[in-house]
Design a protein around this ligand. Structure first.
Ligand code: ARG
Length: 435
């Protein structure tokens, strides 16, 4: 048996990855090393390990990757304000490149020639795993049993029974769920009808805003160069902060997303997300950026956010553009240090205060009270030059245009020739328009 090839399987403990163990043995003649990666998915990992061995794995490993996940994926995603299509905080997507890396690490340790994962051929996750592994270890074969075996759920159950794989005794959740510290993704079942309102039982991390406490709660989040470092004035470790905010913001009904998204493989799919901490942290971070970055930096970064979110979603984490844009984001965070005060109330996050030693907000420029240092007389010359191109173009092109937008409104009043009171015509015209 010494020559039997080995495959390292990303093992979740679910039915599909459990069945994959005897299936890989049968179809590929490989010994299976089960690797379960803990990214904060609240499981009984001892039970998962036992299950893998029972299903026939030669070895079962549990890797605690929570710290790396927070440090190298979740918090950089906060710095980037990463939201796919403006709404999805990318919890599932962010975990995949880390898993791909760990699969490769373990494959090397074990002398394996292949890695395997439980993704089907319809989703984004297969892309993220495959591309990640191909990038880091082109010599490793990637096998996706569920993409190959074409078994229905009933057939999978039968296969499991035949191979002494423990089948789930509890009724299967009607949903497909992926969860980690950064959030939860929920799809399938009744949710496949985009008109159907998600039943209450879908939501686990978040209370319905209707049932959330009637009193708002306030939190203060401190950032150091864009990384969240403190809660209500006390330094706090990243994992603890995320857990705390998942609970607190979730209790206040924050973090629910119901979205029809564009998968990389061309399918539109309806997915729900629960991500109370992720959304709270990103909102707070955006508020601090608004105070500490210039208008131009903010405008430019908004474009980078769209790009980097697509990169994460589309499985290109280990690519060059990803690296370059990450460097830009890092650089943009130099002065994003300070504290943001948030009110959490019935599903809503309201930024109510912010402060920073690098704030660009200047009271003596902004104030309408005494202490005003803004030279209002300078506005006249500024506006003259600012509006010069508009005024020029309006005279030459807009006003004479008989089919233009002004003409459609009935034109604009012009001074009457030889009139002593040109304002009269204008008034008349307005009256007519109001009729
Ligand atoms: N649509 C999300 C993504 O591609 C989540 C995928 C996993 N979802 C699930 N319910 N199992 O990142």
């Amino acid at each position: 048996m010494a020559n039997t090839k080995k495959v390292v399987l990303a093992y979740s403990g679910g039915l599909d990855t459990s069945v994959a163990i005897p299936w890989l043995k049968e179809k590929y003649g490989m010994d299976v090393v089960a690797l379960t990666i803990d990214v904060g998915n609240e499981k009984d990992f001892t039970a998962v390990k036992e299950k893998a061995l029972k299903a026939g794995a030669v070895k079962a490993i549990v890797a605690d990757a929570k710290e790396e996940f927070v440090k190298y994926f979740c918090f950089p995603a906060v710095q980037a304000n990463a939201l796919y299509e403006g709404v999805y905080p990318l919890a599932t997507a962010l975990s995949r490149p880390l898993m791909a890396k760990l699969l490769v690490d373990v494959a090397r340790e074990e002398g394996a020639t292949a890695v395997a994962h439980g993704c089907t051929g319809k989703g984004n996750d297969q892309v993220r795993f495959d591309v990640g592994v191909h990038a880091l270890a082109p010599d490793l074969q990637v096998i996706a049993p569920a993409r190959e075996w074409k078994m229905t759920r009933e057939e999978t159950m039968a296969y499991a029974k035949k191979h002494n794989v423990p089948v789930p005794v509890t009724k299967k959740s009607p949903y497909s769920i992926d969860e980690n510290l950064w959030g939860k993704s929920i799809e399938c079942g009744v949710l496949e009808d985009p008109w159907v309102e998600p039943p209450d039982d879908v939501w686990v991390l978040t209370k319905s805003p209707a049932n959330a406490p009637n009193k708002p709660v306030y939190v203060e989040i401190g950032f150091e160069k864009g990384i969240p470092v403190s809660l209500d004035g006390e330094e706090i470790d990243g994992q603890a902060l995320i857990r705390h905010l998942n609970e607190l913001a979730g209790e206040h009904g924050i973090g629910r997303v119901d979205h029809i998204e564009n998968r990389l493989v061309g399918i539109k799919s309806r997915e729900l997300y629960e991500a109370p901490a992720a959304i709270t942290l990103i909102r707070a971070h955006e508020a601090l950026e608004a105070m500490t970055m210039s208008r131009d930096q903010l405008r430019f970064k908004a474009k980078v956010v769209i790009e980097i979110s697509d990169i994460i979603y589309n499985g290109l984490w280990f690519g060059g553009l990803s690296r370059d844009l990450s460097a830009y984001i890092q650089s943009s965070q130099r002065y994003v240090t300070g504290t943001v005060r948030l009110q959490l109330y019935k599903g809503h996050i309201q930024v109510v205060g912010r402060k920073s030693p690098h704030s660009l907000y200047n009271l003596s420029l902004a104030t309408y009270d005494k202490g005003d240092k803004f030279d209002q007389s300078a506005a006249v010359g500024f506006i003259h030059l600012w509006g010069l191109p508009v005024a020029t173009q309006a005279q030459v092109q807009l006003l004479p245009d008989a089919e233009g937008p002004l003409a459609l409104m009935g034109g604009v009043a012009s001074p009457k020739k030889n009139s002593k009171n040109p304002g009269k015509t204008a008034k008349k015209k307005v009256k007519k328009l109001n009729r």
